[in-house]
Design a protein around this ligand. Structure first.
Ligand code: COA
Length: 148
């Protein structure tokens, strides 16, 4: 499996994958969101497609920089390829030098499972955000403290 940057030709596929889980979003709204996210990739964070050895698309991985050192991760696996270890393999590619966070619906068992496999754990005591549970994997890196 390899990861490559999302390109405009992937937008219809991402729309189809998204519509398989959520209420159908108008295509125009989806395209606008994708174009904005793609244009902001350098500053907002990587957004990549996972591709198997035959060149087929198996998933998408997004890293959104929320603040210096804190990145929110989201993942989607092609609906036709779920339950075969792709999600686990994709998350294994995440960087280890940054604090990573993820918001997961409590009943999303497979998502909770793959994030736990990747070393994330529930952040206790954090308010649920729109019914989601926060998971985190902290890098353990200590920022240098500036002294005057
Ligand atoms: C969540 C998601 C990315 C998982 O990808 P996947 O490729 O299906 O995941 P994997 O096959 O690598 O692993 C699934 C794990 O969940 C487990 N699982 C799935 N359904 C389960 C259930 N009902 N009860 C218990 N375990 C379950 C599997 O056994 C497996 O765990 P294991 O490796 O310990 O056996 C995929 O389902 C998806 O794209 N969902 C829609 C988008 C989403 O919810 N994204 C996450 C929010 S950021």
């Amino acid at each position: 499996m390899t990861l490559r940057d999302v390109e405009a030709r992937d937008f219809p596929v991402l729309w189809a994958w998204r519509n398989a889980i959520h209420d159908r979003r108008p295509l125009a709204d989806h395209m606008t969101w994708c174009l904005t996210r793609l244009a902001a990739r350098e500053t907002v964070g990587p957004w990549r497609m996972a591709v198997d050895a035959s060149g087929a698309l198996v998933g998408v991985l997004r890293e959104d920089y929320r603040s210096p050192g804190a990145t929110e991760v989201s993942i989607q696996v092609n609906p036709g390829r779920r339950g075969k270890g792709w999600g686990t393999r994709i998350l294994a590619t995440l960087p280890t030098d940054r604090d990573l966070w993820a918001r997961i619906a409590p009943d999303n068992v497979s998502s909770r499972r793959i994030f736990e496999h990747a070393g994330f754990s529930v952040v206790e005591g954090m308010d649920e955000s729109h019914g989601h549970v926060w998971y985190a994997r902290l890098s353990g890196r200590l920022d240098p403290v500036e002294t005057s």
